[in-house]
Design a protein around this ligand. Sequence first.
Ligand SMILES: [Zn+2]
Length: 320
Amino acid sequence: MNRRQTIPKELRYTFQQFNQDFPTDDACLESIKEQRFPGGIADCPKCEKPRKHYRVRGRTAYACQTCGNHIFPLAGTIFEKSSTQLRIWFHAMYLIGSTRCGISAKQIQRETGVTYKTAWRMFHQIRKLMAEEIQLGGDGGSGVEMDEMYHGGRRKANSGRMLKADQGKKTVVMGIVERKGRIMARVTLEHKMLPVNTLVQECVLPKTTIFTDESRVYGAVSELAGHGYEHRRINHSQKIYVMGDVHTNTIVGFWSLVKRGIGGVYHSVSAKYLQSYLNEYSFRYNRRDSGNLVFSSILQRVGEMASHKPALQAERNPTL
Ligand SMILES: [Zn+2]
């Protein structure tokens, strides 16, 4: 199956285009520089003024046109301490941004030619870029669904619920999704679980209807009526899954996507990495209508997520 054929033309970013846009390490560096210092204009700490900066040949630095002071666009980014070529990082971001149902470190290793260890580390760093803090719902929307998924441990047949013996020690993922919209999913240990209402107030805008099942976990959501949230519940235990618009099918669909990914692509995911895995899936889900332009969104995050220390630190790879 050629996955590219399923992407509408205007949302398609072919590998050929990618190669044209980023043919060399220099081209990649230039794009990060443009993101962080458009036009090469940056505040020069020596001149104490915004100045134009020019690339220093053979280095990852750009020099102030007036005093020659160097700035380093990669400082504070995920690339800063890596000795892997930028071009390979970009290639890995392209692959992660182009897959529909997940890609393994093994596949990244195969396609980019780095060692498995490097591929795995790159993957983990790139996933960090895919963490988002978003607020869902709001006035005029069609509401959000909220549900939990248990990770690991044995489950009761057909219910997805944890066996009594395993309760209290397992990893729980709380998810909230807008219908036809965006999702957020957060991993938490069951015994350290954030009160559901705190999560709602953090992640859901007031004047939102919240759909949940009848589980005790969500009992408290009704108490939020005073804060402008409306709570509606569906009774799954009586085998009722949809009552008018009261259902949690959207989030249940996302959980099955996640579980298929864990089972099929990653085989298993330890609790430690589950959050970054969910970040990756949510990031792509939230851009499911942008074809593989998801790559551009990931690239955009490099600058957005860079620490704000001035880009003055030692450079990464003097041979670049
Ligand atoms: Zn200067």
